[in-house]
Design a protein around this ligand. Structure first.
Ligand code: CP
Ligand code: NVA
Length: 319
């Protein structure tokens, strides 16, 4: 990217929300990935880079988290700022204060708000009420920070994104929605295999296909895991019962029984395929121990890149 283009990009991202990859142009996503790689280099070299000195991020959590919580807090610290962990139950939000009043109030203290919640509507309403950038740290609909870090990881490992094939085997959940939109915007071919009743959202599918048509990517939906995984460069799966769906665990185990990513299924992928999982994983359910721990697995590189990708998002939006 030329120097002027980089400056334009930085100006266009400043002050924005990060609610979903759908709101970002392909070149903006690529800019964030490149920035993440650059920030990672700086951190590994021990170079201090503190564009968010004196700034504070509020982190509202309505669901559990290991990676998101730790990586946002550490990321903010490394960028020179500070992060506040706010459990919904300890906020007046948990006692019925409106999202609007919460957003307005918090904007008077904070420079950015990260939220992990159930209904995607909550994130949209928070962003509407807030005058500072709002970052989606996972909703029932999407998980864009994870997908951004994942495509950074694929780029680092494969040296390119365009034209690669990513297969997702499992539940049509928040994770696959963000991966589909990312693949479409970045020009990857994606194949999704899920059992009947657990398909990805139709609107996200349609929107992803429209975006894929602009970048040379594609999106295939199938019931057949072998068809999805055939010749894949990247194989991705996620839990069968996401947070909030724990009560369906037993019926889901039955529905997803033939959708486990294991050594037998992985034989159909390319020899040098990458195995990815956003984590936390359930060994012996959506993925076999052998694949999760095997030589193709890059799950902890993915987890690490949450830190670098989110630092890029925060630096770009809040800097
Ligand atoms: N992948 C991910 O978002 O992990 P946490 O739920 O631990 O934050
Ligand atoms: N789909 C999973 C992702 C966890 C990071 C969930 O929502 O629980």
């Amino acid at each position: 990217m030329s120097e002027t283009l980089l400056q334009d990009m930085a100006a266009s991202l400043k002050g924005r929300d990060f609610l979903g990859l759908v709101d970002y142009k392909p070149e903006e996503i690529r800019y964030l990935i490149d920035l993440a790689i650059d920030l990672k280099k700086k951190q590994k070299a021990g170079d201090s880079h503190q564009p968010l000195k004196g700034k504070t991020l509020g982190m509202i959590f309505e669901k559990s988290s290991t990676r998101t919580r730790v990586s946002f807090e550490v990321g903010m610290y490394q960028l020179g700022g500070h992060a506040l962990f706010l459990s919904k139950n300890d906020l007046q939000l948990g006692r019925g204060e409106t999202i609007w009043d919460t957003a307005q109030t918090m904007s008077r203290y904070l420079d950015g708000i990260m939220i992990r919640t159930y209904a995607h509507r909550t994130v949209i309403d928070l962003a509407r009420g807030a005058t500072v950038p709002v970052i989606n740290g996972l909703t029932d609909r999407s998980h864009p920070c994870q997908a951004l870090a994942d495509y950074q990881t694929v780029l680092e490992k494969k040296g390119k994104l365009e034209g690669l094939k990513i297969a997702y085997i499992g539940d049509g959940n928040n994770m696959v929605h963000s991966l589909m939109m990312g693949a479409a915007k970045l020009g990857l071919h994606m194949a999704v295999a899920s059992p009947e009743g657990y398909d990805p959202d139709q609107e996200v599918v349609k929107n992803s296909r429209e975006n894929a048509a602009l970048t040379g990517g594609s999106l295939l939906l199938t019931r057949d895991p072998k068809e999805a995984i055939a010749d894949a460069d990247v194989v991705y799966t996620d839990v069968w019962a996401s947070m909030g769906f724990e009560a369906e665990q037993k019926e889901r185990e039955i529905a997803f029984a033939s959708y486990q990513v294991n050594e037998e299924l992985a034989r159909y992928a390319k020899k040098d395929y990458l195995f990815m999982h956003c984590l936390p994983a359930h060994r012996g359910e959506e993925v076999s121990e052998g694949v999760l721990e095997g030589p193709n697995s890059i799950i902890f590189d993915q987890a690490e890149n949450r830190l670098h990708a989110q630092k890029a998002v925060m630096a770009a939006l809040m800097g």
